[in-house]
Design a protein around this ligand. Structure first.
Ligand SMILES: [Zn+2]
Length: 249
């Protein structure tokens, strides 16, 4: 988990406002000072050296809270008329917890296709149409979700004694839910979950796999979940904090 530029999510309170930010560790950063960026979409990114303690980061961000709040407010105001997604180049997309930029390329007679290239998700379409771009992106996310979820399901289910055979799964776009488990033991997953960090995907898979044993959220269910993944509450909170953003579009 020590990937370069890995982002972790944090927040500080500023008056009534909760300021969320992503912390990006920069191993080669020597300056003691942090760099705070307010992105065009109003999200906040903080660059810090590997050695800077999280406490020190939080203190520094709190000290700049007024400035951050003003800039986030301004960015949101600028975007107010275009949110949700406008499907134009430069827009932020998330995949496995990392931020990518959308790049739209228009090419006559091309079959719509999306692919990842560096920090970009490049969508090539025959016409500059938000509907076509959205459809192409949805297809791409669905394809990535199918592969990623199948891989992770193997890994997450392996140590669980009650899972003899992997359950049937299906994908379905949902507005407010990441996953569900039917009484018959079929697991439904929201393909948009593939936008979240891998540990959040693992948590959702595990949660649904625990439902194979307990079909409710009773004490036994949570006991099983606690035993399988003691830190699940923290992961769930991280996912909940980003739900609105990830489920958007
Ligand atoms: Zn549940």
């Amino acid at each position: 988990m020590m990937m370069e530029n890995q982002l972790t999510q944090h927040s500080i309170q500023y008056g009534d406002e909760l300021i969320r930010f992503a912390l990006r560790r920069q191993p080669l950063r020597t300056a003691q000072r942090l760099a705070i960026h307010v992105e065009p979409d109003g999200s906040v990114l903080v660059d810090a050296a590997e050695a800077t303690a999280v406490e020190a980061v939080l203190t520094a961000v709190k000290r700049r809270a007024r400035w951050i709040s003003q800039h986030v407010g301004a960015a949101r105001e600028r975007l107010a008329h275009v949110l949700p997604c406008e499907y134009v180049s430069g827009e932020s997309l998330h995949y496995l917890g990392r931020r990518y930029r959308l790049k739209v390329m228009v090419q006559a007679d091309v079959i719509p296709v999306a692919r990842m290239r560096g920090g970009f998700i490049v969508v090539t379409v025959p016409v500059q149409s938000p509907v076509v771009i959205q459809q192409t992106l949805d297809d791409w996310f669905r394809g990535r979700a199918r592969d990623v979820f199948a891989d992770r399901l193997d890994v997450v289910a392996a140590p669980l004694s009650w899972v003899k055979d992997l359950p049937a799964t299906r994908l379905q776009f949902m507005k407010v839910q990441w996953g569900s488990c039917s009484p018959a033991g079929r697991i439904t997953l929201n393909p948009m979950l593939v936008k979240a960090p891998r540990e959040c995907i693992d948590y959702v898979l595990l949660h649904e796999l625990c439902h194979l044993l307990h079909h409710n959220h009773g004490p036994k269910f949570y006991k099983t979940l606690d035993r399988a993944l003691p830190g699940w509450r923290e992961i769930k909170e991280r996912l909940d904090n980003r739900a609105e953003e990830l489920l958007r579009a």
